[in-house]
Design a protein. Structure first.
Length: 324
């Protein structure tokens, strides 16, 4: 049984939709439109594929080559933890239309009801590192970087008061560790003077200035591990990162934008982007987000990129496989 912590429910639901759809990609180059339907029944969920005879033949052949049981095409049944199960049941039935190309599927569908999330029309864009594997966009992604249970309460309160935003937030995961960065439009500058006055900052806070940008560094040490939080402002954005090196890398990228530009210009409530490659695998980033969910993270082993966009009841996205 797959279980998700409560604070990761929205992300978990997005991954469920993406990777159920990813399984359907095994139909490869079919021309007729196919579909995937997800229904709830007695605390369980059934996903059923509507595939033509030719689609099914291609799917069985591909699944055999990928060492994946072919009987999944007869339907999938799964369960989630109580919170995730209630939300997914509330949204079901979910009908997804699938359009296939070689090693790629585009999907578009709708849910029975919406999650009542805020919708953002945001033209914010930024450059992200080559080693990026996951980017999220949503209304409040701060819990992902506050997930340590050992953070001092006054520091948590400071983050809640100073890092809120009405236009949505981006969470970028990159590198082998992975490093994280939370970015959002600057509405009010964070109160770094108050940050300095926190009890935890007495011995662990310091500042470093480079190219007229001030980096505010705070090190949190406990019996389990050591966590770094670096805050800085660049242009119209505020950033929080997990290392000084990653902070400086992001700052330089914004000054000299490269090819990796990410933005969400269409109205959305939630967005997810996954990039997987032999050099930069996404499994550690997903573990950072949802914990050690081996049943879930194994689905990205063959995925090159995956996207998911949610706006009210409507969602869309794509999944593309790595070359075989």
């Amino acid at each position: 049984m797959i279980r998700f912590p409560k604070r990761y429910t929205n992300f978990a639901l997005a991954l469920v939709l993406i990777f159920l759809t990813a399984i359907a990609i095994f139909t490869l180059t079919s021309k007729p439109r196919s579909s995937l339907t997800l229904k709830a029944s007695q605390n369980k969920f059934q996903a059923s594929f509507q595939l033509s005879k030719y689609d099914r033949y291609l799917a069985e052949s591909f699944l055999q080559n990928a060492n994946i049981p072919q009987n999944i095409l007869n339907g999938i049944e799964f369960t989630l933890d109580g919170t995730s199960s209630a939300k997914l049941a509330y949204l079901s039935p979910i009908v997804t239309n699938l359009i296939f190309e070689k090693n790629r599927v585009d999907f578009k569908g709708s849910t029975e009801t919406s999650l009542n999330l805020n919708t953002y029309s945001n033209d914010l864009e930024f450059s992200y590192p080559d080693a990026t594997t996951v980017i999220l966009f949503g209304q409040n992604l701060l819990p992902y970087i506050k997930k340590s249970t050992n953070l001092p309460e006054d520091f948590k309160t400071w983050m809640d008061e100073n890092l809120k935003n009405t236009k949505g937030q981006y969470l970028i995961l990159f590198g082998d560790k992975p490093d994280f960065a939370l970015a959002f439009s600057k509405e009010l500058s964070p109160d770094f003077g108050k940050l300095k006055s926190l009890k935890v900052a007495a011995e662990s806070y310091k500042e470093e200035t480079q190219d007229n940008v001030t980096f505010h560094l705070l090190k949190i040490t406990n019996t389990q591990n050591e966590e770094n939080y670096i805050f800085f402002e660049s242009g119209d954005l505020v950033y929080i990162t997990s290392s000084l090196e990653s902070a400086k890398e992001l700052e330089q990228l914004q000054k000299s934008p490269q090819n990796n530009i990410f933005n969400v210009k269409t109205p959305v409530s939630f967005a997810l982007f996954i990039k997987n490659s032999p050099d930069h695998k996404a499994d550690k980033a997903l573990k950072f987000l949802v914990g050690n969910q081996q049943q879930l993270t194994k689905y990205v082993e063959k995925v090159k990129t995956a996207t998911f966009y949610l706006n009210g009841k409507e969602f869309s996205g794509s999944v593309e496989l790595l070359p075989s």
